[in-house]
Design a protein around this ligand. Sequence first.
Ligand SMILES: [Zn+2]
Length: 114
Amino acid sequence: MHEASIALSVLNTLTEECLKRGFSAIESVRLRIGKASGVLPDALIFAFDIAKADSIAREATLHIDLIPLGGRCHACGAVFEVEERFLITCPQCQGSDFTINQGFEMNIVDMEVH
Ligand SMILES: [Zn+2]
């Protein structure tokens, strides 16, 4: 399961960061996840809740900010965000000369520790 390995890698990063900074527990974690990243937020939260049991993050709550797919069209200059997970043409001019610059991310934004 894809989300299980992501949950573990998030946990590893958090644990490392937490110990490096001298904290002993994590209260909450916020992730930015692109809608086009293929990660299912519910599955990730579920996997995280299982994986965190024996870790420094066992009390931690996982928050997920979903980032829509978005980009800029080189033909008409439109800057867009769409609800779709895939984009074949520019939503404004239907052209195919555009750059996607958001929607694929998987970042830890911040965490609360103590
Ligand atoms: Zn366009």
